[in-house]
Structure formats: C-alpha cells, structure tokens
Write a protein that binds this ligand. Structure first.
Ligand SMILES: Nc1ncnc2c1ncn2[C@@H]1O[C@H](COP(=O)(O)OP(=O)(O)O)[C@@H](O)[C@H]1O
Ligand SMILES: [Mg+2]
Length: 272
C-alpha cells in the first residue's frame, strides 16, 4: 500500500505547551482517515502540520512523498495544487460570488482562459449538487449546507488527490449533515480521493471512516478500524463511543463490531 501522508515522531509546541508528543501516523491512498479527540487535543494543529502551516519542533511530515520542511519552498507550493482543504471557519469569501469563489484557485494558476474556467467551475458546482442558477449569488444568500458544498467545490477545483476536512458537518442539521456525508463518500469513490478528516460527529465518523486515529494527551492512543477502536478500553474512547449518543450512532453497525460486552450494546429500537 502507498502512504500518501506520513507523520513520524512529531512534536508540536506552542510556547510552553507541547500539543503533540511523538505522533506516528500514515494515511494510505484511497482511505478516509478520521482524527478524533477532545477539544484542544491538537486535531486541527495536526491537519495544519500536514498542510505545512505549522512547523514541527521534532519529527517530520511527508505528503505525497515530499518532506514538507525540506529545503526547497517550491515543493510546498507544488503540493498545494495537489490537495484540497475544507476548513471549519471562513469557508468562502463573502464578497465574491459562488462562481468567483470556485474560480479563484483556477485563476491563480494563470494558465487557463476564462472559457475553460467557466466550464470547470460549472462542472465542479454540478458535482456538489449546486445548480448554475446559484452561481451569481453571494454566500450570504445561501443556506449553511450550500455554503459547505460550494466550499467543497472550491477545494476540488484543482482536482486534488488528497482532501483535508476539518469538522465538515459542524453546524449542519442532521439531514444536511447526512447528505453532505453521502456526497463526500461519492466524490471519494468517483475521484479516487484520499481523505483526512477531523470530526467529533459520531454519525459522520461511523459513516465515512476507513480508519480512526484517537488523539489524547499529545499522542495517538489508538489507530484502527471502527471495530478495533471501539474494542479498545481507553477511557476517552469508552466515554466517546459508548455514551448514549455514541451507542445511537453505532446502533446500525453494532452487530458487525463483534463487541462481546452486551451490557454496552445499544437498546433495541422500537421497544416499549
Ligand atoms: N497558533 C497557536 N498558538 C498558540 N496555541 C495554539 C495555536 N494553535 C493551537 N493552539 C493550542 O493548541 C492546542 C490544540 O489546538 P487545536 O489543534 O486547535 O485543537 P483541536 O482542533 O483538537 O480542538 C490548544 O490548546 C490550542 O489552544
Ligand atoms: Mg479543531
């Protein structure tokens, strides 16, 4: 298998706080790797490390075979055109129309003429289920779910191999969240994307993850499939997955997880 992202012995420090204390992780081509952990555990910072936006105080991060902190700054610039990013906040430029938001990364290439850009933008918008009639709107005229879709279209504008998502379903109601999850899964299949995602939404996590990495106290305490993660008895995981919300999210997949402890099983639905 080919590792698309490799994190080795990573330490990240902010002042006197050591956010990451020896993280080893690799992301294989084609998978959806989810990062979970408590608030402030360093999930966003780990994504930022994978984007070359933070500097390790020890260890290294390699993406698509390149060391992000090597000597050649052109390497990072080239890599930026091979990944897409959807961050939680500041998804779109509010002064630009939907069309111009998605066109931005294409125009920055300075190699495409406007006719081609137009076709590409409309194609990307269609891909995420946004009709051409919305192209001239500004983001304030869109619902939260549509803003996310447009931001995803922009992240996919340069046809990346790798997609980074930070809390992609945060702030969406359950229906919108579910359809956004379906969209990500469809796009991953169609475009052969590798996805690294931060989420604390259990439904999103269960629906999408090939593997899950759990951050706690600066380290990855578990890294594995949902089944492997749920079977670990780490207190954070017990709390996170086997609380009431977790059990509800796991209900549909519970029987496939092979967890012996029936006292932790979700209550059967429909019982009086
Ligand atoms: N630029 C920064 N300067 C100082 N501290 C930071 C910075 N970015 C993040 N931190 C701190 O690092 C820790 C991890 O932050 P973050 O990665 O955002 O956590 P998470 O995404 O898991 O909630 C937090 O304690 C946060 O306050
Ligand atoms: Mg975060």
């Amino acid at each position: 298998m080919e590792s698309v992202v490799e994190v080795k012995g990573l330490f990240t420090r902010f002042g006197s706080t050591m956010v990451h204390q020896g993280i080893d992780l690799s992301v294989e081509r084609g998978e959806i790797l989810s990062l979970v952990g408590g608030s402030g555990s360093g999930k966003t910072t780990l994504l930022r490390q994978m984007l070359g936006l933070e500097t390790p105080c020890r260890g290294e991060v390699r993406v698509l075979g390149e060391n992000l902190h090597g000597r050649n700054p052109a390497v990072l610039q080239r890599l930026r055109n091979r990944w897409g990013v959807l961050f939680q906040e500041g998804a779109l430029f509010s002064a630009l129309t939907v069309f111009d938001n998605v066109a931005l990364p294409l125009r920055e290439l300075r190699t495409l003429d406007e006719d081609i850009i137009r076709d590409l933008v409309l194609m990307k918008l269609e891909m995420v289920g946004i009709g051409a009639r919305h192209a001239r709107k500004v983001p304030a005229k869109l619902s939260g779910g549509m803003v996310k879709r447009v931001a995803l279209a922009r992240a996919l504008a340069l046809e990346p191999e790798l997609l980074f998502l930070d809390e992609p379903t945060a702030g969406l109601d359950p229906d919108r969240s579910e359809s956004f999850v379906k969209l990500i899964e469809e796009l991953r299949r169609e475009l052969s994307l590798t996805v690294v995602m931060v989420t604390h939404d259990l439904d999103t996590l269960v629906a999408l993850s090939s593997r899950i990495a759990v951050l706690f106290d600066g380290k990855l305490v578990v890294l594995g499939t949902l089944r492997e993660v749920v079977r670990s008895r780490h207190p954070f995981i017990v709390n996170f997955f086997l609380g009431e919300r977790g059990r509800r999210a796991l209900e549909t997949v519970w029987n496939t997880l092979g967890i012996g402890d029936t006292s932790a099983a979700p209550a059967p639905t429909g019982s009086a």
